[in-house]
Design a protein around this ligand. Structure first.
Ligand SMILES: *[C@@H]1O[C@H](CO)[C@@H](O)[C@H](O)[C@H]1NC(C)=O
Ligand SMILES: *[C@@H]1O[C@H](CO)[C@@H](O)[C@H](O)[C@H]1NC(C)=O
Ligand SMILES: *[C@@H]1O[C@H](CO)[C@@H](O)[C@H](O)[C@H]1NC(C)=O
Ligand SMILES: *[C@@H]1O[C@H](CO)[C@@H](O)[C@H](O)[C@H]1NC(C)=O
Ligand SMILES: *[C@@H]1O[C@H](CO)[C@@H](O)[C@H](O)[C@H]1NC(C)=O
Ligand SMILES: *[C@@H]1O[C@H](CO)[C@@H](O)[C@H](O)[C@H]1NC(C)=O
Ligand SMILES: *[C@@H]1O[C@H](CO)[C@@H](O)[C@H](O)[C@H]1NC(C)=O
Length: 476
């Protein structure tokens, strides 16, 4: 369904100067192994997590967009010809640069062993956890060399240019923070030279300030987003040029996908970076990006997770889970395993005297079932704890799965296998377990949050996912 709409898109825009989408050209055909399994889905759950909402009167939304931004050159008629010439040159130059990047990535694939050795020896990257390390490494380096993001300045605090840096939706705020105030290398203030355009609104903040729990009315959130797109598409030429295909939004809140429906192009054409990467809800891995979820109590990673035990220390427990009865998968897990087994510890609410992170550090496997939405912060916590994640979800596109081989560092158990969970985990041979654990250690850096961000860390991997989608988009 998505692909038809994208094709329709291409046809209707052929006559203007705009981008057409060539679905999955070069890079991704090499990077996707084509073995992303079929997704099954649950059909009769549509529960949403409710955030505590602060009641604030809804101000005139249009007034939220600041008007003091400097005029864009294209709206300034002083020397139009020169501006147009300059813009065309910039655009051509950018497309040439992207074409070069694609060619170099192709080449890296061909000279695979050399490039992988380089990545291994210089960066300590481990070949077995990537679909193709040479391709990833070359693509990453091209991103560092070229990639430029333009961040729209429209909109005001607290709902734009700002997001939650604590608790369950922290990935949203941390990315916005980093792109707004760090990451200078990847930002450009010259919108004509940008590869992608970021709309820095925060869905979590909108829920906090615009959503009224009493009426359960989410309409103001949609209106805010629709207005945002209207404003930037009227003021700048960029949105119309590609019909939003080189624009991205980012949301960790469960309602990210819902809010993106406010504008049909935002939903169907833009890059949506979402924690709630549920293919049954229209998440399209060819253009959308799966965002890792992490829960930061007090805004920091728990210190216990920063220093996982050495390899020779024993992990006495087979597996661990503690969490509420949320969403479609956990009822199954709790029904079969809650309080049942001394080695497979499954709790609904952890007794006060027991420590969640200590359990993770003492377990070989950490169970990561979906909750109200597909992503689980446990996946990132498990990777921090060097506990092999056990993915229990359906229709979930795992973060960075276009680059990483999840089977090299996690176990995916079909939710229909939950009754046999212990048997499944027990049947993983010791040798295989060791390999998985080495895999977890090898990808740990990619799931690590740093402030400021460091090369190859979570921020850079998210950006790299966006870069890959931009590479797949070609002008004219
Ligand atoms: C999970 O199991 C069900 C039932 O056995 C099957 O229909 C489905 O295809 C499986 N899903 C995956 C992702 O393997
Ligand atoms: C416009 O810019 C060009 C190139 O910079 C310059 O030669 C020309 O004099 C300018 N024209 C006006 C009207 O400012
Ligand atoms: C790989 O490296 C070797 C030695 O550095 C070089 O001779 C060879 O041409 C390289 N191969 C490719 C395909 O780049
Ligand atoms: C982009 O298209 C919209 C809708 O067609 C239009 O209202 C807007 O003025 C256009 N933007 C620019 C900068 O021309
Ligand atoms: C996406 O495109 C399809 C096909 O054109 C359309 O039916 C659907 O309504 C669009 N989605 C949204 C959220 O606008
Ligand atoms: C465990 O491994 C660490 C480093 O890997 C080493 O320093 C330590 O001596 C080892 N301890 C035992 C009991 O083998
Ligand atoms: C994924 O989306 C489908 C369709 O809306 C929904 O039934 C399912 O519950 C979602 N999965 C989770 C874990 O939320």
């Amino acid at each position: 369904m998505e692909s038809t709409s994208r094709n329709r898109f291409r046809v209707s825009t052929l006559s203007c100067v705009c981008a057409s989408i060539i679905v999955l050209v070069v890079v991704s055909t090499m990077i996707f192994d084509g073995d992303r399994g079929p997704f099954n889905f649950f059909t009769d759950f549509s529960v949403f997590k409710l955030e505590p909402s602060i009641s604030v009167s809804i101000v005139e939304l249009q007034a939220k967009f600041s008007t003091s931004v400097r005029d864009h050159p294209s709206t300034n008629n002083a020397n139009t010809t020169a501006v147009i010439v300059r813009k065309e040159r910039a655009e051509e130059k950018m497309e040439r640069g992207l074409a070069q990047a694609r060619a170099l990535i192709h080449k890296a694939a061909a000279s695979h062993p050399n490039m992988s050795l380089l990545a291994r020896d210089h960066q300590g990257l481990k070949e077995s956890v990537y679909h193709n390390l040479a391709v990833f490494y070359q693509s990453y380096m091209e991103m560092e060399k070229r990639f430029k993001v333009y961040v729209y300045s429209e909109g005001d605090l607290p709902m734009v240019h700002n997001g939650p840096c604590k608790d369950i939706y922290a990935s949203e705020g941390r990315f916005i923070e980093e792109i707004e105030h760090g990451a200078k290398k990847f930002r450009t203030s010259d919108a004509d030279r940008a590869h992608v355009y970021f709309m820095p609104f925060s869905v979590t903040m909108m829920v906090k300030f615009l959503y009224r729990r009493a009426t359960a009315n989410r309409e103001p959130l949609s209106r805010f987003v629709a207005d945002y797109v209207t404003v930037v598409s009227a003021k700048y030429p960029f949105w119309n040029r590609t019909h939003g295909a080189d624009h991205f939004m980012l949301a960790c809140h469960d309602w990210g996908p819902y809010v993106s429906r406010a504008n049909p192009l935002l939903y169907n054409s833009s890059i949506r970076v979402l924690c709630n990467a549920n293919t049954s809800e229209g998440f399209d891995p060819r253009k959308d990006v799966s965002l890792p979820e992490i829960k930061l109590y007090g805004g920091v990673v728990n210190p216990k997770l920063l220093h996982p035990p050495t390899d020779n220390s024993s992990r006495p427990l087979l597996g661990f889970f503690a969490g509420g009865l949320h969403g479609p998968v956990r009822p199954l897990l709790l029904k079969h395993w809650k309080g049942r087994d001394a080695h497979l510890r499954v709790y609904e609410y952890l007794p006060k005297n027991l420590d969640y992170y200590t359990f993770m550090l003492q377990s070989k496997f950490c169970l990561c079932p979906s909750g109200y939405e597909v992503a689980s912060p446990r996946i990132v916590e498990a990777i921090y704890a060097e506990c092999v994640p056990v993915i229990l979800s359906s229709s979930y596109v795992l973060p960075f799965s276009d680059v990483l081989r999840w089977e090299a560092f996690s176990v995916q158990v079909n939710t229909s296998e939950i009754p046999r969970l212990k048997e499944v985990l027990m049947s993983v041979p010791e040798k295989k377990y060791k390999k998985l654990k080495e895999g977890v250690k090898a990808v740990r850096g990619h799931f690590t949050l740093n402030h400021p961000a460091k090369r190859f860390d979570m921020f850079h991997m998210i950006l790299h996912s966006v870069w890959l989608r931009r590479l797949n988009l070609r002008s004219r």
